[in-house]
Design a protein. Structure first.
Length: 202
């Protein structure tokens, strides 16, 4: 795999890219590029079309960059399309360990680091840093599992849900992320939005 530096205007966005980049996401990408520079190359297919990294290309253009690093893929046709989808999906399917994340962010703050450059919205940072990471209270229901979302501040009591209820919650979270076109929404924020939508319909 060989990394090249090419003129920005020589690259083309993928016209069939299914992963869109709303304003918030683009601002996050621009902030990351402005703070850290480019740390990984774009993946480019035939005819200089970007297979993976369309959002990064948009951010670089918005910042006025003239050149960017790429690697050229030998994938063509359906393989290139499938890789572009898989690249986006694998990133979205990972999950945060919020307790560890809180410790890392607090450590960066202690060093005077600008944690706003991490890409989290203000309300997400407030939630992560305010959370009290304590184990949930055991349930009397042997089939239930205790969960406490990342919005638990220590004053709220954890609730117990059955595996079937947890599956319903996970589906609701995924639906909210899809409707808002924002895979960075935390589980707690998704549940807030889902509840707000339900209450508005009452």
């Amino acid at each position: 795999m060989q990394v090249e530096t090419v003129p920005l205007d020589s690259l083309l966005l993928d016209p069939s890219n299914a992963n869109t980049h709303p304003d918030f996401n683009l601002e996050v990408l621009k902030g990351s590029y402005a703070k850290f520079g480019q740390q990984k190359p774009l993946v480019v297919g035939e005819n200089n079309v970007v297979i993976a990294g369309n959002g990064q290309l948009l951010a670089a253009r918005a910042l006025g960059w003239k050149t960017i690093a790429i690697v050229r893929s030998n994938l063509r046709g359906s393989d290139a399309t499938a890789f572009g989808i898989a690249d986006n999906k694998t990133a979205e399917s990972s999950k945060w360990d919020y307790e560890t994340l809180q410790e890392l962010i607090e450590g960066l703050q202690g060093e005077g680091y600008e944690v706003e450059s991490l890409g989290f919205a203000d309300h997400e940072l407030e939630t992560i840093l305010a959370a009290a990471w304590e184990p949930p209270t055991p349930s009397d229901d042997p089939d239930a599992q205790g969960i406490a979302d990342e919005h638990n501040t220590g004053n709220a009591k954890p609730i117990a849900v059955t595996p079937a209820q947890r599956e319903t919650i996970d589906r609701a979270i995924e639906r909210v992320r899809l409707m808002n076109d924002d895979t960075t929404l935390t589980e707690g924020r998704c549940l807030e939005l889902a509840c707000a939508d339900w209450l508005a319909g009452q």
